[in-house]
Design a protein around this ligand. Structure first.
Ligand code: AMP
Length: 197
């Protein structure tokens, strides 16, 4: 089964994708994680990504489409994958449909994790307070200032893909304000997969 998790930054896409990966054997494909690895490796792509990510802006569509197209071909995606952070623009969504068709792959579900902006700001403040308390490093793009920029980008460039999926009857929504396990249960219900143990 191949699916997309959509939602604003901090909605819990990554958390849900890793739970679904563990429970259902679907591969989590996070374009943000791929870019953070590129930054850590010091590659040319990483140098470009660092600035853009810290500014809360988006990487060029063609780069991201190529990155995800290559990743989907890897053997660990054969059982299915969860796209987390891709697509983020209408051109990315359109290209994804084309490339899945070329590869003979289906897209079974597009799930939006809905969370209002105010709740996202509260979440980020809690996360930063927690990492300050336990001395761990916070993500460098995890500040209220960057969140506000990322939210503007989300509403301007990413949210327009929701009607794209709605028009084709593929969009399902879950309540991202619910506790983590409940969000997972809602997603599993949408997917029609049995909840284990
Ligand atoms: P994320 O971890 O998904 O929140 O992504 C972190 C950052 O990586 C984003 O704020 C963007 O700068 C960049 N990024 C991740 N995925 C994409 C994408 N599909 N298109 C463009 N930029 C992306």
């Amino acid at each position: 089964m191949n699916m997309i998790l959509l939602g604003p930054p901090g909605a819990g896409k990554g958390t849900q994708a890793s739970i679904l990966e563990e429970r259902h054997g679907l591969k989590q494909l996070s374009t943000g994680d791929m870019l953070r690895s590129a930054v850590a490796s010091g590659s040319e792509l990483g140098r470009q990504a660092k600035q853009i990510m810290e500014d809360g802006q988006l990487m060029p569509d063609d780069l991201m489409i190529e990155m995800i197209s290559r990743r989907i071909d890897e053997p660990d995606c054969r059982k299915g994958f969860i796209l987390d952070g891709f697509p983020r623009t209408v051109p990315q969504a359109e290209s994804l449909d084309e490339l899945l068709e070329q590869k003979g792959l289906a897209l079974e579900a597009v799930i939006e994790i809905k969370v209002p902006d105010e709740a996202l700001v509260r979440r980020i403040e809690t996360r930063r307070a927690e990492s300050a308390r336990n001395g761990s490093a916070a993500r460098s793009d995890d500040t209220v200032e960057t969140l506000n920029k990322r939210l503007a980008v989300y509403h301007g460039q990413t949210a327009p893909i929701l009607p794209y999926y709605e028009r084709t009857g593929r969009l399902k929504q879950v309540d991202g304000l619910a506790p983590i396990e409940e969000v997972t249960a809602q997603i599993e219900e949408v997917l029609g997969v049995a909840v284990k143990g």
